[in-house]
Design a protein around this ligand. Structure first.
Ligand code: ATP
Length: 273
């Protein structure tokens, strides 16, 4: 490396992460990259109740962006609108394309995928059949769905072991793995995860969010909605705080985790460990 370089130039050259850390910089993954998802001034209502009020958000390709906030803040509603499950005002762009007028199926075909809070598994069906339904939704042909299945079983050994087992006999963590695995069957470019930690023990939350971070490292972009602010900010690159339908704070995840307002309201000295 050129010894004359200033610290910032050094941080942008070679081992950027360690140079950045040495220089005390907070590196923000995806900065300068065109966003894969861009939401502009989104409004969503249930009758006369406006649940999402003018939310704007950007998700750089290859990053994890988390949305944290209390019960009823509008997090689930935001994901539902981005997926086309609810009518909304405002704009949602995916890879530069305005998604207005596109159906849920159109959005799935472009690479969006939502894993809802309820997981939406078919309890009476086997693990295997639940996974196949993921391929069916994408209209995959048999060879492609076999390849996708092999990929999911290679990633989740536990699901491979339990492939003949009914989904309703799985543990909470295994169900979340199955919901993630089914989503991966459609080879998504953007995974939207609604409260993947809900109802899981702390060690399992760590495993699941570790898997989510691994997916990001393989190039899948993630929009992560969580009430578990500590775990979400530890896992993500950038974060937004949503309260009563509005973004009240946003920033690099490490910076948000250190913000006194976030610490006071959402971190409260507690951890997930
Ligand atoms: P939670 O973590 O509790 O799911 P959230 O941040 O995801 O909270 P939403 O579920 O999006 O919040 O709800 C946002 C607001 O919209 C809340 O005031 C909620 O009561 C309201 N709401 C949600 N679903 C409906 C519905 N089907 N009909 C009417 N109001 C709704």
């Amino acid at each position: 490396m050129n010894a004359d370089m200033n610290p910032t130039a050094q941080a942008m050259h070679g081992d950027a992460a360690s140079a950045g850390a040495d220089a005390g910089l907070v590196l923000d993954r995806g900065v300068g990259i065109a966003p894969l998802l861009r939401i502009e001034d989104l409004h969503v209502s249930y009758g006369r109740v406006e649940a999402v009020r003018g939310v704007s958000l950007e998700l750089p390709a290859g990053s994890i962006v988390s949305v944290i906030g209390p019960n009823g803040a509008g997090k689930t509603t935001l994901l539902a609108a981005a997926m086309g499950l609810m009518p909304s005002r405002g704009r949602v762009y995916f890879d530069g394309e305005d998604l207005a007028g596109l159906t849920v199926e159109d959005r799935v075909a472009r690479g969006l995928c939502l894993v809802p809070e309820s997981r939406e598994l078919f309890g009476a069906l086997s693990v295997h059949d639940n996974l196949l339904l993921g391929a069916y939704c994408r209209g995959m042909r048999a060879p492609a769905s076999r390849r996708a299945l092999d990929g999911v079983y290679a990633r989740f050994g536990r699901l491979a072991e339990r492939r003949r087992q009914r989904a309703d006999t799985l543990s909470g963590g295994e169900r979340q793995m199955l919901a993630l695995g089914r989503a991966l069957m459609s080879s998504p470019r953007l995974l939207m995860l609604d409260e993947p930690s809900l109802g899981l023990a702390p060690l399992i939350v760590r495993d699941i969010l570790g898997i989510v971070a691994g997916l990001r490292d393989e190039g899948v972009s993630i929009l992560l909605v969580e009430q578990n602010a500590h775990a979400a900010l530890q896992t993500s690159d950038h974060g937004y705080v949503l309260e009563t339908g509005e973004v009240v704070l946003q920033g690099p995840a490490a910076q948000l985790a250190g913000d006194p307002r976030v610490q006071h309201t959402y971190l409260g000295g507690g951890t997930d460990e």
